[in-house]
Design a protein around this ligand. Structure first.
Ligand code: ADP
Ligand code: MG
Length: 698
């Protein structure tokens, strides 16, 4: 492989391939379907399918699959080969338009959160022509949406596309009012920064907790962690560099715009960021990226951990969702403009986001809620579970001036009238970027930082798009009926700032005092855990907004809540069972073995030197015996708690009970075991330590 531009996207049936392999007519109709959602006629579908198949076969593909994103959070595929019997006993490679457009996988084993009871078990997949088909191994993958026969979405792509459409609809109304006649549609774009850990496969395989749960459930702190800040942006070690090079190549072949890579704060932690693209495609690409990251790691004898908190005591991994809104004419609506009108328009979109984030803080929290992310939010260098917005001094100054009708310094002491005066230019500020804010304005985009590293970015963007669509709808309703557009605009922006300034916080989000102020003074939501927040998804205001914009139906929402809670409960119970297994089969025997050997040595010493004090051995044996009993008791306790929660039928009650009883017992068991680790000779410890895991890749 030589030059990147030669092979970039070589495994993608992208626009270049379409142009090259389709007749002009077929290409035109397909483009119309992609750009405007026009229905594809069967003749065109057949021609596209046939060209796609020929292209894929020429690249070594033997199978095709409808690639979709069920509610498991990962992607799913069922492979069918292209072969079809020929009359002469041979086979031909065949792929019809019908097979391209629609598939019928058996949906019954995917989570449906009750939708299955109400609707048919079978689901269908429908081609999403806005996301290009690609080849993975020997399979042509066709991005699809996944629905039940009743039309209920069983995936994450469908509501994401709906949310993008909702935002498009409302943003277009606003843009019309501002006289933007040339704009045909508005799309959101996302650049997700992906954090991950790399450890050696050999060590990984010796730890049941990593194998079963993706995170360490035990492990005493190593002598060195991240306190020296020597890993962040540090020189990339050769083995990691080789991995990154290989990863980039695989991603580029798939047309994924992998751009930036660097070491992160924790030892063994790294980050990959692509160049931003349309949200729908960014989501597909991020799912693929996570898959390829793990695959390439295996080739290098490594394991890529995507868990939000694989190691206690050092940073967890998140995903920064850089999000903006742009027109098809290339205008970023979150970028301050040149003229008074453009600036007023920018401020209105900015206010729409502020209002959306304040009104639907709970939905944003819900969108990132998983058992894994609960460990990260509010912990080392991660945003708290309270949502707030960072705007920076420049923009804050402007909003303050508008709110109070006071002169803005940088505008030469002029009182600004929106839509009449030119806003002062505020340079894109890189100096006071607040890393602690969950939702930060970074010049021409917002960076939502609460996502966990393993989350699908679909969920966060569904809620964000929908909430902003709602703000825009309210604005459009008012402005369309306004007698005086400019004064109404000014009044609305001022009102938004007044009503929603509580969500803006430019200080240190990691500070405990902030959480107090946020909850007690400002009345912001603070839902530390998944069971705390999920039930609020069904609060009346949320259901009303999401159904009105046709992003979810009520049954879909209910099913998603149920699945998210079920997922939480299952995750924690698997973790608890893994701990019980490791404690009983590995930790207790190891500590006991060491204690026994110490006792043997003590007896031998006493035999030769009856007068010897033996204080060291006696004390250690005593302490280890105590800890053995504590570990055994904590294991029994945990087991009892796991048994007890089985009695719950209701998912909400079950998850709350797990949060209140099981998690505490897991922590107690870990504390005793980790203390024992610090006292047990290294050669006895039954699995690799934190030190080995975090500093094992060279
Ligand atoms: P950093 O935050 O590390 O300084 P950047 O701001 O350049 O880096 O970009 C971080 C991520 O944000 C990248 O994935 C980038 O493509 C994405 N990004 C940049 N501009 C936009 C935008 N207008 N909309 C969405 N994402 C963007
Ligand atoms: Mg960033």
């Amino acid at each position: 492989m030589s030059c990147v531009s030669d092979y970039f996207g070589c495994l993608v049936f992208d626009d270049r391939m379409m142009k090259a392999n389709l007749s002009a007519d077929v290409y035109q109709s397909l483009r119309k379907t992609i750009d405007q959602g026009a229905k594809l006629d069967p003749g065109v579908a057949n021609a596209v399918a046939s060209a796609m198949k020929d292209w894929a076969v020429a690249h070594g593909a033997t199978h095709y699959t409808h690639w979709f994103q069920p509610l498991t959070g990962i992607t799913a595929e069922k492979h069918d080969s292209f072969i079809s019997p020929a009359p002469d006993g041979g086979v031909i490679m065949d792929f019809s338009g019908k097979e391209l457009i629609k598939g019928e996988p058996d949906a019954s084993s995917f989570p449906s959160g009750g939708l299955r009871a109400t609707f048919e078990a079978r689901g269908y997949t429908a081609w999403d022509p806005t996301s290009y088909a690609f080849i993975k191994g020997t399979t042509l993958c066709i991005p699809t949406a996944f629905c039940s026969y009743g039309g209920e979405a069983l995936d994450k792509k469908t509501p994401l596309l709906r949310s993008m459409e909702a935002l498009n609809r409302q943003a277009m109304r606003i843009l019309k009012l501002f006289g933007n006649e040339d704009v045909k549609c508005v799309r959101t774009s996302v650049g997700p920064e992906q954090e991950y850990f790399l450890i050696t496969r050999e060590l990984y395989e010796q730890r049941k907790d990593l194998i079963y749960t993706g995170r360490t459930l035990f492990g005493a702190k190593p002598p060195k962690g991240q306190e020296m800040d020597d890993h962040y942006f540090g020189v990339i070690k050769p083995r990691v560099a080789a991995y990154m090079a290989d990863l980039n190549q695989e991603l580029w072949k798939l047309g994924i715009l992998a751009k930036t890579e660097h070491n992160e704060v924790a030892p063994a932690q790294h980050e990959l960021a692509p160049i931003y693209t349309t949200t729908n495609i960014a989501t597909d690409h991020n799912q693929l990226t996570m898959e390829i990251m793990q695959k390439v790691a295996a080739k290098h004898g490594l394991v890529c951990l995507l868990h939000e908190k694989p190691f206690a005591g050092v940073n967890g991994s998140g995903k920064h969702n850089n999000w903006s809104i742009a027109t098809d004419t290339g205008v970023n609506l979150l970028s301050p403009g040149e003229t008074p009108y453009e600036n007023a328009q920018f401020l209105l979109f900015l206010c729409a986001v502020i209002k959306a984030v304040d009104d639907y803080q709970d939905l944003l929290r819900i969108a990132v809620a998983t058992a894994g992310n609960d460990h990260r939010l509010g912990a080392n260098e991660a945003p708290p579970a309270v949502v707030s917005i960072f705007l920076g001094d420049e923009l804050q100054g402007i909003l303050d001036a508008i709110e109070n009708d006071t002169p803005y310094e940088a505008a030469r002491k002029k009182t600004m009238k929106l839509g009449v005066d030119v806003l002062p230019r505020f340079p894109r500020d890189t100096t006071d970027r607040n890393r602690t804010s969950p939702f930060a304005f970074t010049g021409n985009k917002f960076e939502f930082r609460m996502l966990g590293s393993s989350n699908s970015i679909a969920c966060a963007n569904i809620m964000l798009n929908a909430a902003v669509a709602e703000s825009l709808k309210i604005y459009a309703d008012r402005l369309e009926n306004a007698e005086n557009f400019e004064s109404k605009l000014h009044e609305m922006i001022q009102k938004t700032i007044k009503d929603h300034k509580r969500i803006i916080f430019n200080g240190n989000g990691y500070d405990d005092a902030w959480i107090k102020e946020a909850t007690q003074v400002r009345g912001l939501c603070n839902y530390p855990t998944t069971p705390d927040c999920i039930p609020h998804c069904l609060d009346e205001k949320n259901v009303r907004m999401l159904t009105e914009h046709k992003v979810f139906t009520l049954p879909e929402l209910k099913s998603r809540c149920e699945i998210q809670l079920e997922n939480y409960s299952k995750t924690v119970i698997i973790e608890a069972n893994t701990m019980i297994d490791m404690a009983r089969k590995q930790i207790l025997p190891a500590v006991q073995g060491y204690t026994g050997d110490l006792a043997g040595k003590l007896a031998a010493k006493k035999a030769v030197a009856p007068q010897a004090a033996c204080g060291y051995e006696t004390k250690l044996i005593g302490k280890l015996s105590e800890l053995t009993d504590a570990i055994a008791a904590a294991t029994d306790d945990l087991e009892a708690a796991v048994q007890a929660v089985k009695a719950y039928e209701d998912v909400e009650k079950e998850s709350a009970a797990i949060r209140d009883t099981v998690i505490g017992k897991m922590n107690a068991l870990r504390a005793a075991a980790d203390e024992a680790e610090t006292l047990t000779a290294e050669s006895y410890w039954p699995f690799p330590t934190y030190g080995q895991l975090l500093f094992g890749v060279h």
